[in-house]
Design a protein around this ligand. Structure first.
Ligand SMILES: [Zn+2]
Length: 430
């Protein structure tokens, strides 16, 4: 899907549905707009169900203030106008009341985007606007002031969030990323003490990879079958919030020296079979750009002939364990222990080959007894003998993490005992 060629009405419909499906707005709350080249503002209407909006419902406010459309513009039109007037690089605005960000807005705190790499770059500077009456000129003033000061994301006191962008997709990605930071922080605080990345660590995560290219001589049926399976699972992962629009990598082995991997910088929701990148003998398919973690995938495949698939992701409940000091004990239910075995957390930087002398490479550690590792303040790395097995391990890990976190509201976790673990290992030949 290329937003460059879409009409603003279609863009707004596409993004409002993504926001609604992601649980980031109710039918009544939130509004989106796009500033057109001629100065018109396309905006969601007032009082129409956000879950069932169609292109006909989108309203256009012309530069002279006349309104084209079958509805009135959103009641928050005044603050959209004030934001566009505050900075001329802003071409799109998203406003919503996602529960996790509202938790911050009502406790009057700003989520820290330094809990994971790239979130600060994606979200830009996060500002905080004092409370003002919804729909009022005053609200427009206090928000526009923050955007004039250079913020790209502004939390509204006792209200919600506003993000902006050069396009609607960028504004959406900022909302999604800040919402993830908020959800992870809320969860992590219920199980431990949250740690944020230092400037040096943030710099380390900005590594880029350049591989030599090769021109593929055709595509085998095995390769194309893997492409299809991978796209199916990437889309499922996005729908289940196991990956975000811009983060989350899948790879699968095609043969001894060749694997398929997801690209960098492409929206996971719209990924297609042709976007995937073949890596062969350390070279990348010409004209494509593999995930920045491609070197790690290459090392894991080279050292572990039984591993045929790897998934690297940032699901919220696992990340909550990743950003705090709580240990992740998989001895919760038999499924968790059987599928995940033992999960260890490793220091930030190992996934970039910079873990320090005390730690061996991740490629040397993953095995049948440790198929899954968590990299602090970054991600979970899941390996498997097939795409489906890695995906299943990812799902089980996220479910397990969620059960442990949610259980804090009612009591302490009682893990399965050592004798019962022995019994499981014998019964399932582990
Ligand atoms: Zn609102």
């Amino acid at each position: 899907m290329n937003f460059k060629y879409m009409h603003p009405k279609d863009e707004i419909i596409e993004i409002i549905h993504r926001i609604y499906e992601n649980g980031m707005t109710t039918t009544s709350g939130g509004n989106l707009s796009i500033l057109d080249e001629d100065g018109s503002i396309w905006i969601t209407p007032k009082g129409v169900d956000k879950g069932a909006l169609t292109v006909e419902d989108i309203v256009c406010v012309l530069p002279d203030g006349r309104v084209n459309g079958i509805h009135e513009p959103s009641s928050e039109y005044p603050f959209h106008l004030a934001i566009y007037r505050s900075r001329n690089d802003i071409k799109a605005i998203v406003h919503a009341h996602p529960p996790a960000l509202v938790s911050f807005a009502i406790t009057r705190r700003i989520p820290d985007t330094r809990i994971i790499p790239k979130a600060r770059e994606l979200c830009g500077r996060v500002g905080y606007a004092n409370y003002a009456l919804p729909g009022s000129e005053k609200l427009g003033e206090v928000i526009a002031e923050k955007f004039s000061a250079g913020h790209d994301t502004v939390l509204l006191e006792n209200h919600g969030i506003v993000t902006v962008g050069a396009g609607l997709l960028q504004a959406f990605q900022r909302l999604e990323t800040l919402d993830l930071c908020a959800r992870v922080t809320l969860k992590a605080n219920s199980i431990g003490t949250v740690r944020v990345l230092s400037e040096d660590e943030l710099e380390l995560s900005r590594q880029t990879v350049t591989l030599d290219e090769f021109e593929p001589q055709g595509h085998s049926s095995k390769e194309n079958e893997i492409r299809k399976k991978m796209i199916t699972l990437v889309r499922r992962s996005y729908a289940q919030k196991l990956v975000t629009s811009m983060e989350g990598t899948f790879s699968a082995r095609i043969d001894a020296d060749c694997f398929l991997i997801t690209p960098i910088g492409m929206d996971r929701k719209y990924l297609t079979e042709e976007d995937l990148v073949v890596i062969k003998n350390g070279k990348q398919e010409a004209g494509k750009h593999p995930s920045s973690s491609v070197t790690l995938h290459k090392e894991i495949y080279a050292k572990n002939s039984a591993i045929n698939s790897i998934v690297i992701a940032q699901p919220p409940n696992i990340l909550a364990f990743g950003v705090c000091d709580a240990a992740f004990d998989t001895r919760t239910i038999p499924e968790s222990y059987l599928v995940l075995r033992e999960i260890q957390k490793f220091p930030f930087g190992m996934e970039f080959g910079k873990g320090g002398d005390d730690y061996p490479a991740i490629a040397d550690m993953v095995s049948d007894t440790m198929p899954v590792v968590i990299c602090r303040n970054n991600c979970i790395i899941v390996t498997g003998n097939s795409l489906l097995q890695s995906f299943d391990r990812l799902e089980v890990a996220e479910f397990t993490a969620r059960s442990i976190i949610d259980s804090k509201a009612i009591g302490s976790v009682v893990p399965i005992g050592a004798a019962e673990i022995d019994e499981l290992e014998k019964a399932f030949n582990l």
